[in-house]
Design a protein around this ligand. Structure first.
Ligand code: FMN
Length: 311
Protein backbone atom coordinates (compact mmCIF):
# COMPACT_ATOMS: atom_id res chain seq x y z
CA UNK A 1 0.00 0.00 0.00
CA UNK A 2 1.17 3.50 -0.85
CA UNK A 3 1.24 6.09 1.94
CA UNK A 4 -1.42 8.04 0.06
CA UNK A 5 -3.79 5.04 0.22
CA UNK A 6 -3.30 4.73 3.99
CA UNK A 7 -3.98 8.45 4.34
CA UNK A 8 -7.23 8.13 2.36
CA UNK A 9 -8.40 5.27 4.61
CA UNK A 10 -7.52 7.10 7.83
CA UNK A 11 -9.26 10.24 6.58
CA UNK A 12 -12.49 8.26 6.32
CA UNK A 13 -11.93 6.47 9.63
CA UNK A 14 -11.61 9.84 11.38
CA UNK A 15 -15.01 11.02 10.14
CA UNK A 16 -16.46 8.76 12.86
CA UNK A 17 -18.34 10.27 15.80
CA UNK A 18 -16.60 10.66 19.18
CA UNK A 19 -17.76 11.92 22.55
CA UNK A 20 -17.34 15.73 22.77
CA UNK A 21 -15.67 15.32 19.34
CA UNK A 22 -12.39 14.51 21.11
CA UNK A 23 -11.26 12.22 18.26
CA UNK A 24 -9.33 10.08 20.79
CA UNK A 25 -7.48 7.97 18.20
CA UNK A 26 -4.03 7.57 16.65
CA UNK A 27 -3.06 5.39 13.72
CA UNK A 28 0.33 3.85 13.03
CA UNK A 29 1.34 1.96 9.88
CA UNK A 30 3.80 -0.70 11.04
CA UNK A 31 5.03 -3.78 9.16
CA UNK A 32 2.41 -3.27 6.44
CA UNK A 33 -0.54 -3.20 8.85
CA UNK A 34 -2.47 -0.32 10.39
CA UNK A 35 -2.63 -0.04 14.18
CA UNK A 36 -5.44 1.78 15.97
CA UNK A 37 -4.36 3.29 19.29
CA UNK A 38 -6.44 5.06 21.93
CA UNK A 39 -5.13 8.61 22.48
CA UNK A 40 -5.76 8.99 26.19
CA UNK A 41 -4.45 12.56 26.21
CA UNK A 42 -7.91 13.22 24.72
CA UNK A 43 -9.82 11.35 27.43
CA UNK A 44 -12.73 12.86 29.38
CA UNK A 45 -11.91 11.84 32.97
CA UNK A 46 -15.06 13.39 34.46
CA UNK A 47 -17.62 12.42 31.81
CA UNK A 48 -16.06 9.07 30.98
CA UNK A 49 -13.73 7.96 33.81
CA UNK A 50 -13.39 4.36 32.57
CA UNK A 51 -12.68 5.35 28.92
CA UNK A 52 -15.79 3.41 27.88
CA UNK A 53 -16.99 6.11 25.46
CA UNK A 54 -13.40 6.75 24.37
CA UNK A 55 -13.15 3.10 23.32
CA UNK A 56 -16.55 3.20 21.62
CA UNK A 57 -15.39 6.24 19.64
CA UNK A 58 -12.19 4.48 18.52
CA UNK A 59 -14.23 1.44 17.49
CA UNK A 60 -16.57 3.61 15.41
CA UNK A 61 -13.46 4.83 13.54
CA UNK A 62 -12.42 1.19 13.08
CA UNK A 63 -15.75 0.40 11.45
CA UNK A 64 -15.32 3.28 8.99
CA UNK A 65 -11.87 1.92 8.20
CA UNK A 66 -13.26 -1.55 7.45
CA UNK A 67 -15.93 -0.07 5.18
CA UNK A 68 -13.49 2.24 3.38
CA UNK A 69 -11.12 -0.70 2.87
CA UNK A 70 -13.95 -2.81 1.43
CA UNK A 71 -14.87 0.03 -0.94
CA UNK A 72 -11.24 0.17 -2.09
CA UNK A 73 -11.27 -3.59 -2.83
CA UNK A 74 -9.61 -4.90 0.33
CA UNK A 75 -10.56 -7.48 2.91
CA UNK A 76 -9.68 -6.12 6.34
CA UNK A 77 -8.36 -8.73 8.72
CA UNK A 78 -8.80 -7.22 12.18
CA UNK A 79 -7.17 -8.48 15.39
CA UNK A 80 -7.61 -7.02 18.85
CA UNK A 81 -4.31 -7.12 20.77
CA UNK A 82 -5.65 -4.97 23.68
CA UNK A 83 -2.08 -4.14 24.63
CA UNK A 84 -2.09 -0.85 26.54
CA UNK A 85 -3.39 1.78 24.13
CA UNK A 86 -3.20 -0.56 21.13
CA UNK A 87 -6.81 -1.53 20.46
CA UNK A 88 -6.77 -3.09 17.00
CA UNK A 89 -4.48 -4.09 14.16
CA UNK A 90 -5.82 -4.12 10.60
CA UNK A 91 -4.08 -6.12 7.88
CA UNK A 92 -5.41 -5.64 4.34
CA UNK A 93 -5.48 -8.20 1.55
CA UNK A 94 -7.02 -7.82 -1.90
CA UNK A 95 -10.47 -9.38 -1.94
CA UNK A 96 -14.11 -8.76 -1.14
CA UNK A 97 -14.65 -7.06 2.22
CA UNK A 98 -16.65 -8.73 4.99
CA UNK A 99 -18.64 -5.50 5.37
CA UNK A 100 -20.62 -3.74 2.62
CA UNK A 101 -18.29 -1.32 0.82
CA UNK A 102 -21.36 0.57 -0.44
CA UNK A 103 -21.71 2.02 3.07
CA UNK A 104 -18.57 4.09 2.37
CA UNK A 105 -20.78 6.58 0.52
CA UNK A 106 -22.54 7.29 3.83
CA UNK A 107 -19.41 8.05 5.87
CA UNK A 108 -19.40 11.75 4.96
CA UNK A 109 -23.22 11.96 5.06
CA UNK A 110 -23.43 10.88 8.73
CA UNK A 111 -23.74 13.70 11.25
CA UNK A 112 -24.90 14.06 14.81
CA UNK A 113 -28.20 15.93 14.97
CA UNK A 114 -28.81 18.31 17.91
CA UNK A 115 -32.04 19.80 16.56
CA UNK A 116 -35.57 18.40 16.68
CA UNK A 117 -36.12 15.92 13.87
CA UNK A 118 -38.69 16.49 11.13
CA UNK A 119 -42.02 14.92 12.10
CA UNK A 120 -42.86 11.49 10.72
CA UNK A 121 -42.18 7.92 11.85
CA UNK A 122 -39.20 5.73 11.06
CA UNK A 123 -40.61 2.91 8.94
CA UNK A 124 -40.53 -0.49 10.73
CA UNK A 125 -38.51 -1.97 7.85
CA UNK A 126 -35.85 0.69 8.34
CA UNK A 127 -35.82 0.03 12.08
CA UNK A 128 -35.38 -3.69 11.38
CA UNK A 129 -32.46 -2.85 9.10
CA UNK A 130 -30.82 -0.78 11.85
CA UNK A 131 -31.31 -3.55 14.41
CA UNK A 132 -29.73 -6.04 11.97
CA UNK A 133 -26.78 -3.68 11.50
CA UNK A 134 -26.17 -3.66 15.27
CA UNK A 135 -26.54 -7.45 15.49
CA UNK A 136 -24.01 -7.95 12.69
CA UNK A 137 -21.39 -6.32 14.96
CA UNK A 138 -22.25 -8.26 18.12
CA UNK A 139 -24.52 -5.66 19.76
CA UNK A 140 -28.29 -5.19 19.96
CA UNK A 141 -30.52 -2.22 19.23
CA UNK A 142 -33.81 -2.22 21.19
CA UNK A 143 -36.59 0.22 20.32
CA UNK A 144 -38.25 2.07 23.18
CA UNK A 145 -41.91 2.36 22.29
CA UNK A 146 -45.12 3.34 24.04
CA UNK A 147 -45.98 6.57 25.84
CA UNK A 148 -45.48 5.23 29.37
CA UNK A 149 -41.97 3.91 28.64
CA UNK A 150 -41.01 7.05 26.73
CA UNK A 151 -42.09 9.20 29.67
CA UNK A 152 -40.00 7.18 32.11
CA UNK A 153 -36.94 7.32 29.84
CA UNK A 154 -37.44 11.05 29.25
CA UNK A 155 -37.55 11.60 33.03
CA UNK A 156 -34.30 9.67 33.42
CA UNK A 157 -32.59 11.69 30.66
CA UNK A 158 -33.69 14.94 32.32
CA UNK A 159 -32.47 13.69 35.70
CA UNK A 160 -29.14 12.86 34.08
CA UNK A 161 -28.81 16.35 32.61
CA UNK A 162 -29.53 17.95 35.97
CA UNK A 163 -27.00 15.73 37.76
CA UNK A 164 -24.25 16.36 35.18
CA UNK A 165 -24.70 20.12 34.95
CA UNK A 166 -24.83 20.40 38.75
CA UNK A 167 -21.22 19.17 38.85
CA UNK A 168 -18.76 21.99 38.29
CA UNK A 169 -15.98 19.66 37.08
CA UNK A 170 -18.30 18.11 34.49
CA UNK A 171 -19.31 21.55 33.18
CA UNK A 172 -15.69 22.68 33.00
CA UNK A 173 -14.72 19.58 31.03
CA UNK A 174 -17.56 20.17 28.56
CA UNK A 175 -16.56 23.84 28.21
CA UNK A 176 -12.95 22.81 27.49
CA UNK A 177 -14.20 21.08 24.33
CA UNK A 178 -16.15 24.15 23.17
CA UNK A 179 -13.43 26.29 21.66
CA UNK A 180 -14.46 29.10 19.34
CA UNK A 181 -10.89 29.69 18.12
CA UNK A 182 -10.30 26.18 16.73
CA UNK A 183 -12.51 24.27 14.34
CA UNK A 184 -10.81 20.90 13.91
CA UNK A 185 -12.14 19.20 17.05
CA UNK A 186 -14.55 19.87 19.91
CA UNK A 187 -18.15 21.00 19.80
CA UNK A 188 -19.60 23.74 17.59
CA UNK A 189 -20.01 27.10 19.32
CA UNK A 190 -19.89 29.41 16.29
CA UNK A 191 -23.54 30.41 16.63
CA UNK A 192 -22.86 31.73 20.12
CA UNK A 193 -19.26 32.94 19.90
CA UNK A 194 -17.41 32.57 23.18
CA UNK A 195 -20.44 33.31 25.33
CA UNK A 196 -21.78 29.80 25.54
CA UNK A 197 -18.48 28.35 26.69
CA UNK A 198 -18.35 30.91 29.48
CA UNK A 199 -21.95 30.18 30.44
CA UNK A 200 -21.46 26.39 30.46
CA UNK A 201 -18.36 26.55 32.61
CA UNK A 202 -19.76 29.07 35.14
CA UNK A 203 -23.48 28.38 35.43
CA UNK A 204 -25.68 25.36 35.88
CA UNK A 205 -27.82 25.29 32.71
CA UNK A 206 -28.95 21.77 33.55
CA UNK A 207 -32.59 22.83 33.87
CA UNK A 208 -32.96 24.17 30.33
CA UNK A 209 -30.91 21.31 28.83
CA UNK A 210 -33.05 18.79 30.72
CA UNK A 211 -36.23 20.36 29.34
CA UNK A 212 -34.94 20.19 25.76
CA UNK A 213 -33.67 16.61 26.07
CA UNK A 214 -36.86 15.47 27.76
CA UNK A 215 -38.86 16.67 24.74
CA UNK A 216 -36.33 14.98 22.43
CA UNK A 217 -36.81 11.64 24.23
CA UNK A 218 -40.59 11.95 24.29
CA UNK A 219 -41.11 13.01 20.68
CA UNK A 220 -38.24 11.45 18.74
CA UNK A 221 -39.53 9.60 15.67
CA UNK A 222 -37.63 6.59 17.05
CA UNK A 223 -35.71 6.01 20.28
CA UNK A 224 -33.39 3.06 20.86
CA UNK A 225 -30.84 1.66 23.29
CA UNK A 226 -27.68 -0.05 22.07
CA UNK A 227 -26.63 -2.91 24.36
CA UNK A 228 -23.78 -5.41 24.46
CA UNK A 229 -23.62 -8.83 26.16
CA UNK A 230 -21.21 -7.58 28.85
CA UNK A 231 -19.37 -4.38 29.76
CA UNK A 232 -15.71 -5.12 29.03
CA UNK A 233 -13.23 -3.70 26.52
CA UNK A 234 -14.32 -6.19 23.83
CA UNK A 235 -17.96 -5.15 24.33
CA UNK A 236 -17.08 -1.47 23.94
CA UNK A 237 -15.26 -2.31 20.69
CA UNK A 238 -18.40 -4.13 19.53
CA UNK A 239 -20.60 -1.22 20.62
CA UNK A 240 -18.57 1.33 18.64
CA UNK A 241 -18.49 -0.74 15.48
CA UNK A 242 -22.21 -1.47 15.82
CA UNK A 243 -22.93 2.22 16.45
CA UNK A 244 -21.18 3.29 13.26
CA UNK A 245 -22.72 0.49 11.21
CA UNK A 246 -26.19 1.55 12.42
CA UNK A 247 -25.47 5.22 11.73
CA UNK A 248 -24.17 4.57 8.21
CA UNK A 249 -27.16 2.37 7.32
CA UNK A 250 -29.43 5.13 8.68
CA UNK A 251 -27.61 7.91 6.80
CA UNK A 252 -27.88 5.96 3.53
CA UNK A 253 -31.65 6.30 3.89
CA UNK A 254 -31.71 9.96 4.95
CA UNK A 255 -31.88 9.36 8.72
CA UNK A 256 -29.54 10.70 11.39
CA UNK A 257 -29.18 10.17 15.12
CA UNK A 258 -28.84 12.31 18.22
CA UNK A 259 -27.47 11.13 21.59
CA UNK A 260 -29.29 11.10 24.92
CA UNK A 261 -26.56 9.24 26.75
CA UNK A 262 -26.82 10.70 30.21
CA UNK A 263 -28.51 7.59 31.71
CA UNK A 264 -25.68 5.42 30.33
CA UNK A 265 -22.97 7.78 31.58
CA UNK A 266 -24.09 8.16 35.20
CA UNK A 267 -23.43 4.93 37.15
CA UNK A 268 -26.51 5.34 39.35
CA UNK A 269 -28.84 5.77 36.36
CA UNK A 270 -27.51 3.02 34.11
CA UNK A 271 -29.14 0.08 35.94
CA UNK A 272 -32.38 2.08 36.14
CA UNK A 273 -32.43 2.51 32.35
CA UNK A 274 -31.68 -1.19 31.92
CA UNK A 275 -34.50 -2.15 34.26
CA UNK A 276 -37.22 0.16 33.01
CA UNK A 277 -36.46 -0.72 29.37
CA UNK A 278 -36.55 -4.43 30.31
CA UNK A 279 -33.07 -5.06 28.93
CA UNK A 280 -31.10 -8.20 29.73
CA UNK A 281 -27.78 -6.53 28.82
CA UNK A 282 -26.02 -3.33 29.87
CA UNK A 283 -26.99 -0.23 27.89
CA UNK A 284 -24.11 1.52 26.11
CA UNK A 285 -25.84 4.34 24.20
CA UNK A 286 -29.29 5.92 24.05
CA UNK A 287 -30.07 7.27 20.59
CA UNK A 288 -32.92 9.10 18.90
CA UNK A 289 -33.41 8.74 15.16
CA UNK A 290 -35.23 10.78 12.54
CA UNK A 291 -34.87 12.94 9.47
CA UNK A 292 -32.79 16.07 10.17
CA UNK A 293 -34.56 19.39 9.63
CA UNK A 294 -31.84 20.92 7.42
CA UNK A 295 -28.26 20.72 6.22
CA UNK A 296 -25.69 19.92 8.94
CA UNK A 297 -22.61 22.06 9.64
CA UNK A 298 -19.36 20.72 8.12
CA UNK A 299 -17.44 18.01 10.01
CA UNK A 300 -14.80 19.38 12.39
CA UNK A 301 -11.79 17.07 12.13
CA UNK A 302 -8.03 17.19 12.72
CA UNK A 303 -5.85 16.78 9.63
CA UNK A 304 -4.76 13.22 8.85
CA UNK A 305 -1.11 14.28 9.27
CA UNK A 306 -1.79 14.85 12.99
CA UNK A 307 -3.19 11.37 13.64
CA UNK A 308 -1.28 9.03 11.30
CA UNK A 309 2.38 8.06 11.54
CA UNK A 310 4.49 5.63 9.54
CA UNK A 311 6.75 3.59 11.85
C1 FMN B 1 -19.58 7.42 22.45
C2 FMN B 1 -20.19 8.71 21.99
C3 FMN B 1 -20.93 9.47 22.89
C4 FMN B 1 -21.53 10.67 22.48
N1 FMN B 1 -22.31 11.37 23.38
C5 FMN B 1 -22.94 12.49 22.97
C6 FMN B 1 -23.82 13.18 23.84
O1 FMN B 1 -24.01 12.76 24.99
N2 FMN B 1 -24.44 14.30 23.39
C7 FMN B 1 -24.24 14.77 22.10
O2 FMN B 1 -24.85 15.78 21.73
N3 FMN B 1 -23.41 14.12 21.25
C8 FMN B 1 -22.77 13.01 21.65
N4 FMN B 1 -21.95 12.33 20.79
C9 FMN B 1 -21.77 12.86 19.42
C10 FMN B 1 -20.50 13.70 19.30
O3 FMN B 1 -20.59 14.89 20.01
C11 FMN B 1 -20.23 13.92 17.81
O4 FMN B 1 -19.94 12.70 17.22
C12 FMN B 1 -19.07 14.87 17.57
O5 FMN B 1 -19.38 16.16 18.01
C13 FMN B 1 -18.70 14.95 16.08
O6 FMN B 1 -19.77 15.39 15.30
P1 FMN B 1 -20.39 14.50 14.13
O7 FMN B 1 -20.93 13.24 14.77
O8 FMN B 1 -21.48 15.33 13.54
O9 FMN B 1 -19.30 14.17 13.15
C14 FMN B 1 -21.35 11.13 21.16
C15 FMN B 1 -20.57 10.36 20.26
C16 FMN B 1 -20.02 9.17 20.68
C17 FMN B 1 -19.23 8.34 19.70
Amino acid sequence: MEQEQWRALVHRAALAPSSHNTQPWRFVVRDGALELHADRTRALPVNDPGDRELTISCAAALFNLRVAAAAAGFLANVSFPFDGDLLARVALAPGPGAVPGALAASIALRHTCRDPFAPGPVDPRIRDGLASAAAAEGAALSWLEGKALREKVADLVAEGDRLQFAEKRWRRELAEWMHPSRDDDGLPVERFGGVVRFVVSRFNVGGSTAGKDEVFALHAPALAVLTTPADELADWMAAGQALERVLLVAAAQGFQAGYLNQPCQIPALRPRLQELAGLADPPQLLLRFGRPPGDPPPHRRRPVGDILTFA
